[in-house]
Design a binder for this molecule. Structure first.
Ligand code: NAD
Length: 491
């Protein structure tokens, strides 16, 4: 039985309260994680605040060197990290490796921190006067993250915060705590001074202690929409800078002129990968006009062919859900939709246990009034809606409260351009189902998928973790011995 402790000031730290950690593939308890309370939050934030005094003075090149070393260590420990993710989250090992790689790309971006932190300089804005601006770190930054990407989502945050000169307290999801401790050890091996990166394990009480802590300057949150809204309000009220990314209902629109085999392959991977527990999962396919019947047929064939099993089995293509409660909630949505008149074309219920398994489910004829359409399901369930035109599909997307990601499958450049300009969504794919931006762009949705005004990583991440100063300076020349000025004549 694994015992997972906090990591504060470069050492493991215990606690008095703990929670069970499960292996979703067996349903059995695999470990125990400590839950931080006010005392541990004070210790973590105080440690990070002391570390900030010296870390914020470290040179840009030294900070970049540590990021290069971390990048290398993450590559060497990719398999170990992936195995920790699979053991606690359940996703198949290939997916787990994929998230380590996507997270590492943010570290690669942070290696170039000297380039992205360059300021601006205007010579001679007035006679003998220059103006320039530069950006400085904020102090202690907190990251509160969801269960579904235990390595990648934290890596959206801390490499950039730290490369910008901040110190960091990460609160992982209590359901998948182990990988964060290995990342902390890798930071130490990379040469990061103790106290710059800290892991405070815990639940909502721990999160609230950080969000309102007077020593925390900024909060980055990723999780469900109700909690994102709460974190945004509470942290803003406490006077902190905050970015809070929420849930999603991502639509993939398929036009009749699309390559339907390609669309079906891509949508299947995007709907059922990681058992649908991805904020960029496609959970709704909108089939336009004559695309509908042939698309549903193809989606059904592909969904039935997915091999469901433990994430550690190389033959598995889809693992279990995170918990018993998630299994009951997702199954409940499928049953509700069927009762409300949707057609259950592929029924994934009854997948072999003993873990929290649900096979791929495909529901056709879904209407916008159904609860399964209105709520984020976060499981291996794909809903199919039908629309007559592209404009009708766009209206559908824009009427939805979420605006994280969307995709269009078409062979028309005109349709793609109209779609990408008209949808009220932050991340758009054209013949690409999960349009997660590269690390050197920024990730974030619109509407109820993001509270706050900055997206994560890329240039917006750097802006979030720094604040600007603008300096206007004049340096009059000193008078020389014979009483004349050494300054050149002004024009
Ligand atoms: P969650 O909102 O339940 O938990 C997220 C984090 O907040 C966890 O660390 C948890 O301990 C903490 N928390 C839970 N309740 C809290 C409360 N009342 N007050 C303060 N903190 C609280 O989310 P989850 O179930 O871990 O993750 C799945 C959700 O995350 C989905 O809705 C998914 O769409 C979303 N998500 C969004 C993105 C994105 O980029 N927009 C990315 C990944 C996941």
């Amino acid at each position: 039985m694994r015992s997972i402790q906090h990591w504060i000031g470069g050492v493991p730290v215990g606690g008095s309260t703990s929670a069970a950690v499960h292996d979703p593939a067996t349903g059995l308890q695999s470990g125990e994680v400590v839950l931080g309370r006010r005392a541990e939050a004070d210790l973590a934030v105080g440690t990070a605040a002391r570390a900030f005094e010296s870390w914020s003075e470290v040179s840009l090149s030294r900070r970049a060197q540590i990021m290069f070393a971390l990048r290398d260590l993450l590559a060497r420990h990719e398999d170990e990290l992936a195995r920790l993710v699979t053991a606690e989250h359940g996703k198949v090992l290939d997916d787990a490796r994929g998230e380590v790689v996507r997270g590492r790309e943010v570290v690669e971006f942070a290696c170039g921190i000297a380039q992205v932190l360059k300021g601006e300089y205007s010579d001679q804005v007035s006679t003998g006067v220059d103006a320039f601006s530069f950006r400085q770190p904020l102090g202690v930054c907190a990251g509160i993250v969801p269960f579904n990407f235990p390595v990648m989502v934290p890596l959206w945050m801390h490499p950039i915060a730290i490369a910008c000169g901040n110190t960091f307290v990460l609160k992982p999801s209590e359901r998948v705590p182990s990988a964060s401790n290995l990342v902390a050890e890798l930071y130490a091996q990379a040469g990061l001074p103790d106290g710059v990166f800290n892991v405070l394990h815990g639940d909502r009480e721990t999160a609230d202690a950080l969000i309102t802590h007077p020593g925390v300057a900024a909060v980055s949150f990723v999780g469900s929409t109700p909690v994102a809204r709460h974190v945004h309000e509470a942290a803003s009220t406490a006077g902190k800078r905050v970015q809070a990314l929420g849930g999603a209902k991502n639509h993939a629109v398929v036009l009749p002129d699309a390559d339907l085999d390609l669309a079906a392959d891509q949508i299947t991977a995007a709907a059922y990968g990681s058992a649908g527990q991805r904020c960029m999962a496609v959970s709704v396919a909108v089939a336009v006009g004559s695309a509908a019947d042939p698309l549903v047929e193809r989606l059904a064939d592909r969904a039935r062919a997915i091999r469901v099993g433990p994430g550690t089995d190389p033959a598995s293509e889809m693992g279990p859900l995170i918990s018993e409660a998630a299994l009951e909630r997702v199954t409940g949505h499928v049953e509700d939709a069927e009762r409300a008149g949707a057609k259950l074309v592929v029924d994934g219920r009854g997948a072999a246990g003993p873990g929290f398994f649900l096979g791929p489910c495909l529901l056709d004829g879904v209407a916008t009034g159904m609860v399964a359409y209105q709520e984020e399901i976060f499981g291996p369930v794909l809903l199919v809606l039908r629309a007559e035109t592209l404009d009708e599909a766009i209206e559908l997307i824009n009427a939805n409260p979420y605006g994280n990601g969307t995709a269009l499958f078409t062979s028309s450049g005109e349709a793609a351009r109209r779609f990408q300009r008209a949808v009220h969504v932050g991340m758009i794919g054209v013949n690409v189902p999960i349009p997660v931006p590269m690390a050197f762009y920024s990730f974030g949705g619109w509407k109820s998928s993001l509270f706050g005004d900055t997206h994560v990583h890329g240039a917006e991440g750097v802006r979030f973790y720094t604040r600007a100063k603008a300096v206007t300076s004049r340096w009059p020349a000193p008078a020389v011995a014979d009483g004349t000025s050494s300054s050149p004549p002004s024009s």
